[in-house]
Design a protein. Structure first.
Lengths: 77, 353
């Protein structure tokens, strides 16, 4: 399955990109997360939330969407 | 009143009724910095009846790049006080309350309870979690805004029993995990735009207009104009955890030094203070009349002292490192002065006369 993954905030610096297409099947959001941890080990160091088709969900959720966002909290003001 | 809000009256969704709602609203803006300044300016112009401004910091030159309520004459003065003065000139019909000190887990419930809507204009996770938890307990609406470089986030929490900040991010990041604006820089207009979004949400909530970001996280990238609105749900477990505590606690991994930094604006000249000068011998001004201890001798002299101990240097950096060391030695009631020796000298002279 083709998934578009978008990175926000500091995560764009850890991945070197703001989005990418990943063609692979994952059962859960966590499955995709572990795949991304392998590819970008620095992601392991920070908190972030995952959204699937514009809805923030827990990592145990089944991955059925085609658009995944990785969102870290911001503190700047 | 008639003429000032004419443009509001012309909007049938607002009208005189809406203006009355605005004039009855009580809004507290915590943090009068990059986010708080533009929010305060528009809330004042719009005629919010009671407007609280809370900020412990003093205006510094590097603030003027984005904190639009201040000018060069305000340097060294408390932000909440300066903001109030500026905003009064804009709209004298508003009841302003300025609080020139920090929101802490000890005073949060007291101050937040006096307002209907709290705008989070802070720049650290300690304050954000504190505001969220206190607002949850007090059932106050929190209008959240935060920035990272060219990106911003906006959301509204506890609106009509909606989700909380903790439903979005249950636990705070580790110390230093997410850099702040002071570490990585920010284009001044980015918090400006996000702060205005926060003011917009406040007005919509008061006027019961349109849709607010309730259970929605608005993400905007101001470099490429991409925006997303992401839904998130209430996390009952997180909410009941906070409700059970029935009071607010500081988050474990404080990313800011609120607990050991103190600003001159927070000090009273009558308070008994033991000063520690952590600078080298030749650094000016000397401030010998304060009879400061030197860092080498400090530890022994203050071990059993009950008085407040404050360390200072030229910029607040070395004193911070020094106080961190004292804290590790188990010394309580010790703080690092945010300002430098020069400002301390000015403060001391003013306090005397």
């Amino acid at each position: 399955m083709k998934i578009k993954v978008r990175y926000f905030g500091q995560l764009t610096e850890f991945t070197g990109k703001s989005e990418e297409i990943i063609t692979q099947d994952f059962k859960t959001l966590e499955g995709l997360k572990l795949f991304l941890f392998d590819r970008y080990p620095k992601l392991k160091e920070v908190h972030f939330k995952m959204a699937q088709d514009n809805s923030i969900e827990s990592e145990s959720s089944e991955l059925k969407g085609t658009l995944i966002d990785l969102l870290p909290p911001f503190s700047g003001g | 009143m008639e003429e000032r809000y004419q443009r509001h009256f012309q909007l049938k969704e607002v009208g005189k009724k809406g203006q009355q709602k605005l004039s009855k609203a009580k809004v507290l803006v915590v943090g009068a910095g990059g986010l708080g300044c533009p929010a305060l300016q528009y809330l004042t112009a719009a005629g919010i009846g009671t407007l609280g401004i809370m900020d412990p910091d003093v205006v510094s030159l590097s603030n003027l790049q984005r904190q639009i309520l201040y000018n060069e004459k305000d340097l060294g003065k408390n932000k909440a006080k300066c903001a109030e003065k500026y905003l009064k000139a804009l709209n004298n019909e508003i009841h302003f309350q300025s609080f020139p000190f920090a929101l802490t887990h000890e005073n949060a419930l007291n101050y937040l309870s006096q307002f209907d809507i709290i705008v989070d204009g802070t720049d650290n996770f300690y304050s954000r979690y504190l505001i969220s938890d206190a607002c949850l307990l007090l059932q106050k609406v929190m209008v959240y805004g935060a920035v990272f470089k060219y990106e911003g986030q906006v959301s509204v929490f506890h609106y009509q029993n909606g989700p909380s900040y903790r439903c979005l991010f249950p636990s705070p990041p580790e110390l230093g995990e997410i850099p702040s604006c002071s570490e990585i820089g920010v284009l001044g207009i980015v918090p400006g735009i996000i702060g205005m979004y926060q003011a917009l949400e406040v007005l919509k909530i008061v006027l019961e207009l349109g849709e607010v970001f309730n259970g929605k996280l608005y993400c905007i990238n101001l470099l490429n104009h991409q925006t997303q609105i992401l839904d998130f749900k209430k996390n009952k477990e997180e909410i009941s955890k906070i409700k059970k505590q029935d009071r607010v606690f500081p988050i474990a991994n404080k990313d800011c030094s609120l607990d050991f930094e103190v600003s001159l604006a927070q000090l009273s000249s009558e308070e008994k203070i033991i000063w520690i000068d952590v600078r080298e011998e030749g650094e000016m001004p000397r401030l010998s009349h304060l009879k400061p201890l030197t860092s080498a001798l400090a530890l022994d002299s203050i071990k059993d002292s009950e008085e407040k101990v404050i360390a200072f240097c030229q910029t607040g950096q070395r004193s911070k490192a020094f106080i961190q060391k004292l804290k590790k030695e188990g010394i309580k009631n010790c703080f690092s002065l945010k300002e430098g020796a020069e400002q301390l000298q000015i403060w001391e002279k003013k306090a005397k006369y």
